[in-house]
Design a protein. Structure first.
Length: 221
């Protein structure tokens, strides 16, 4: 069973807290696309998409979508004043030259040392890796938003990824529907818990060891 919209937005809202004035931020498809909905309207941020937009705004209201405006996943978007458009080669050039301050991605698995596996399940048909490989290596900060377990109830946080890697040792922060982890010195550190989860519940659902911060924030949105 998938996550409810409230849980998805809870994760997106927490990720939005990492964004500061003047950043250029790339958003992956899925839960990351909800992040702009949780930013103060006065905060000046330029959201980037690999298909050639710098300046994505919030999700448009139903019925007000522009069929010519979409993100890299093909979902409708709005734009903010000052937004610009370019070809995909230029959009990827921004990534590869280190101009993106942060990328917020979905993932299939993350290892305790920050390896990222988010582009393919062997045997499944997928359109390709997209910009994940470049973003995970070239963005100044990499945040992953993902459900803590897969549809079979298996942990997506692992000692070692079992799916093909997108990139190694690249993830800085993981936000799941249960908790927030930072990866420091190639170690997974629990820093925050979403209400009503406990450390014991997170430990039970996590297939790798992790450290706990000296003070753990309890998030109640």
């Amino acid at each position: 069973m998938g996550m409810g919209i409230d849980e998805r937005n809870q994760m997106a809202k927490r990720a939005a807290e990492e964004i500061t004035e003047g950043m250029a931020v790339n958003l992956g498809i899925g839960i990351p696309s909800l992040v702009p909905n949780h930013l103060p309207s006065e905060l000046l941020v330029m959201f980037h998409a690999e298909n050639g937009i710098l300046g994505i705004g919030g999700t448009p209201l139903k019925g007000s979508e522009d069929e010519n405006l979409c993100n890299a996943g093909g979902l409708p978007v709005s734009v903010v004043p000052g937004a610009s458009y370019c070809d995909s080669a230029t959009a990827f050039g921004m990534i590869r030259s280190g101009k993106i301050d942060m990328t917020i991605l979905g993932s299939l698995q993350v290892s305790q040392t920050g390896d990222l596996a988010n582009w393919i399940v062997p045997g499944k048909k997928v359109p390709g890796m997209g910009g994940a490989m470049e973003l995970s290596q070239k963005a100044k900060k990499v945040i992953v938003l993902m459900k803590h377990t897969d549809k079979h109830g298996q942990s997506k946080l692992l000692e070692k990824c079992t799916l093909p890697l997108t990139s190694g040792a690249c993830v800085d922060m993981v936000i799941t529907n249960m908790a927030v982890f930072e990866i420091k010195d190639r170690s997974l550190v629990l820093t925050e818990l979403f209400s009503p989860y406990s450390i014991e519940e997170v430990t039970e659902k996590t297939d790798c060891g992790f450290l706990s911060a000296s003070k753990i924030r309890k998030i109640e949105y």
